[in-house]
Design a protein around this ligand. Structure first.
Ligand code: NAD
Length: 287
C-alpha cells in the first residue's frame, strides 16, 4: 500500500505531542486532537521550541522547519481530523477512556484506516473489543519518551489484528525513523513489564529510608550505566502514568508485587505528577 500521508493523534500530552512532531518532521501531516485547549497550546509551544532548536543546531534548515510546522494542525474535535489516513490514540492510560475513544475513532475514520494505540500496558485485545467489527485494524504502536529521540516502537498484535495491519504498522514506524520490535499482548508487554516494577521498587527503597532519591538515582545511574535513575525517569514519564500502568499490571497479572507503592500513590494524590506539573519526586519549579 502507498505510504501514509497523514495521521491523527488523539491526545496531545507528553506522548501525543511527540508522535505528532515526529510524523511532521518525517513529512507526514499530523492532526493533533485533544479535548483540552490548554494541552493543545502546550503541544504547539513544544513543537515550535523543539523545531526552533533543531534549526539552531543545524539539524534542519529553516525551510524544512517551516514545512514541518505547517504540517501540524491542532483541533479539539475528532471530526476535524476525519480525513487522516491513520490514527494513533495517545490519551490517558485508562481502559474505559480508551474504549470510548476507540468507538469514536471507528465512527469517525475511514474503513481502511488503522486504529493504533500507544497504550503502555492495556491489552490490545480488550481495546479492540470496543470496535468488534474493526478489531482486525486495531494494533499497539507503543512509542517511547521522548518520541523524537527514542528509536523504539514496540508493536503489539491483538487477537484479531490482521497481517496487513501489522505490515502497515511496521512500514509506518520505519517511515517515522523508528525501529519496530514485536511483543505479545500481555499486560505491560515487554518494556513496562520490566521497567515499572523497577521504578516501583525505587519508591519502596525511598519510602523505607534505604537512601534519598538523589542517592537512589545516582547509584542506579552509575551502577547500571543508565542515562538517568529510576525516580528521575518516573518524573519524566509522569507519576500518574506510572501509577496507572502499575494498576493495570497488578489487576491483569494478579500479583500484589505490581501494586503501586504508597509513596508513589501519595505523590499522585497530591498532584505532584513529575515534569508535567514541575513537581514530582523532585521540585523543578525554580529551574
Ligand atoms: P498525558 O497525561 O501527558 O496526556 C494524555 C492526554 O490525553 C491529555 O492531554 C488529555 O487531555 C488527553 N485526553 C484525555 N481524554 C481524551 C479524549 N477523550 N480525547 C482526546 N484527548 C484526550 O499522558 P501521556 O504520558 O502522553 O500518555 C498517553 C499514553 O501514552 C498513555 O496510554 C500512556 O500509557 C502512553 N505512554 C506514555 C509514556 C510516557 O513516558 N509518558 C510512554 C509510552 C507510552
Amino acid at each position: 500500500m502507498a505510504q501514509v500521508k497523514s495521521i491523527a493523534v488523539i491526545g496531545a500530552g507528553t506522548m501525543g505531542s511527540g508522535i505528532a512532531l515526529t510524523a511532521a518532521v518525517s513529512g507526514i501531516d499530523a492532526f493533533t486532537v485533544d479535548v483540552s485547549e490548554e494541552q493543545l497550546a502546550r503541544a504547539k509551544a513544544y513543537h515550535g521550541k523543539t523545531i526552533g532548536r533543531n534549526v539552531e543546531k543545524q539539524r534542519m534548515t529553516q525551510d524544512e522547519a517551516d514545512a514541518a510546522v505547517s504540517r501540524i494542525s491542532y483541533v479539539t474535535e475528532m471530526d476535524a481530523a476525519s480525513q487522516a489516513e491513520w490514527v494513533v490514540e495517545a490519551a490517558t492510560e485508562q481502559a474505559d477512556i480508551k474504549k470510548k475513544i476507540f468507538k469514536q475513532m471507528h465512527e469517525t475514520f475511514g474503513d481502511d484506516v488503522v486504529l493504533a494505540t500507544n497504550t503502555s500496558s492495556i491489552s490490545i485485545t480488550e481495546i479492540a473489543a470496543a470496535v468488534d467489527d474493526a478489531a482486525d485494524r486495531v494494533i499497539g504502536m507503543h512509542f517511547f519518551n521522548p518520541v523524537p529521540v527514542m528509536k523504539l516502537v514496540e508493536v503489539i498484535r491483538g487477537l484479531a489484528t490482521s497481517e496487513q495491519t501489522t505490515t502497515r504498522t511496521l512500514e509506518l514506524a520505519q517511515a517515522m525513523g523508528k525501529t519496530a520490535v514485536p511483543a505479545n499482548d500481555r499486560a505491560g508487554f515487554v518494556s513496562n513489564r520490566v521497567l515499572m516494577p523497577m521504578i516501583n521498587e525505587a519508591f519502596y527503597a525511598w519510602m523505607e529510608g534505604v537512601a534519598e532519591p538523589e542517592a537512589i538515582d545516582e547509584i542506579m545511574k552509575l551502577g547500571c550505566n543508565w542515562p538517568m535513575g529510576p525516580l528521575r525517569l518516573a518524573d519524566f514519564i509522569g507519576l500518574d502514568v506510572c501509577h496507572d500502568i502499575l494498576m493495570v499490571l497488578s489487576r491483569e497479572l494478579g500479583q500484589d508485587k505490581y501494586f503501586p507503592c504508597p509513596r508513589l500513590r501519595q505523590l499522585v494524590t497530591a498532584g505532584r505528577l513529575g515534569n508535567k506539573t514541575r513537581h514530582g519526586v523532585y521540585d523543578y519549579r525554580e529551574a
